[in-house]
Design a protein around this ligand. Structure first.
Ligand code: C5P
Length: 297
């Protein structure tokens, strides 16, 4: 018997970053939108905890206990006094180290899969608590849709979305480390007065209306200057997508994946074609949002 869970990627339509806190994390106003690129995590009983991964970027995925899927199984087993003897297989389609919460998706997916496999019957609240222990973006991977994340991003308020948004994602030639991007943010903002992060009411209204032009006018990412500073060539990718008719272009989360909002499905295909031809990225994907959170198949 095995259980498979499907988990979406995310793009941050707003990422407002406050000053570093004493614990090293940053307070955020983080508006997540789940999009239809997915990883699938399959949990099967085994002699001992084991992680495998398949997909074009599988070689970049750690298979030891630093993998969030392994950590999720260990955390759930420990809470319920169980042995974490499970084989977790990750079918990976979300870009690795790309700012689209691929690692977080695997954590949330493994947690839900083990809960179903072991019959732990954890409440939604318990699952969300474990997700928050695993990482700031993991609770959102579980709930999906759209949500405002405050605190370090783990305290979620679901948001209404009134339509389907069409996105194009340009996958970069290499990854970026999230801690390194936050450190660069600290370096670039040193000595400046950083305001407390606040969600944009106009952006929340644009999501609720399902209005891509209004959303394009209000997206923002405070980590973008830091990602561009560490990976200057991303500016060319952003420019190529804007030139191809995207309504807006931004770095997704800590990057280096770049995200392009299109007016409709047809325009998204056109932007994707131009980006592929531009030679400024390794791969191009299209996806719509919102997408549902982690789901047992
Ligand atoms: O929570 P998570 O483990 O995903 O965070 C990875 C790293 O990103 C943290 O160790 C920290 O350096 C940085 N981070 C941060 N502020 C946040 C979220 C993450 O500084 N709100």
């Amino acid at each position: 018997m095995s259980v498979t869970v499907r988990v979406p990627a995310k793009v941050n339509v707003q990422l407002a970053v406050g000053a570093a806190r004493p614990d090293g994390f940053h307070d955020l106003a983080n508006v997540f939108l789940a999009v239809g690129l997915h990883d699938e995590v399959t949990a099967t009983p085994a002699e001992e905890l084991r992680v495998t991964c398949a997909g074009p970027d599988a070689a970049q995925v750690p298979l030891d206990r630093t993998n969030l899927a392994a950590r999720a199984a260990l955390a759930l087993a420990e809470r319920h006094g169980l042995a974490p003897d499970v084989h977790l297989h990750i079918a990976k389609d979300i870009p690795v180290a790309g700012g689209m919460a691929g690692g977080s998706a695997d954590g949330a997916g493994a947690l839900l899969a083990c809960d179903a496999l072991w019959g732990t019957g954890a409440t939604r609240g318990e699952l969300l608590d474990i997700c928050a222990e695993l990482g700031s973006d993991v609770p959102f991977s579980l709930i999906g849709g759209a949500a405002l994340g405050t605190g370090r991003g783990e305290k979620l308020t679901p948001l209404e979305v009134g339509g389907t948004f069409h996105w194009v994602f340009a996958v970069a030639s290499r990854g970026l480390s999230t801690p390194a991007v936050f450190r660069e943010f600290d370096r670039l903002t040193e000595g400046t007065d950083i305001p407390a992060p606040v969600a944009s009411p106009d952006l929340i209204e644009a999501l609720a209306k399902g209005d891509p032009k209004a959303l394009a006018a209000t997206v923002s990412n405070d980590l973008q200057p830091a990602a561009l500073s560490l990976f200057p060539k991303l500016a060319r990718t952003l420019e190529a997508g804007r030139g191809a008719g995207a309504l807006t272009a931004l770095v997704s989360g800590s990057g280096p994946t770049t995200a392009f909002l299109a007016a409709d499905a047809e325009s998204a295909q056109e932007v994707a074609r131009s980006l592929r031809a531009s030679g400024t990225c390794r791969n191009v994907r299209t996806a719509t949002g919102p997408a549902p959170g982690a789901t047992v198949l």
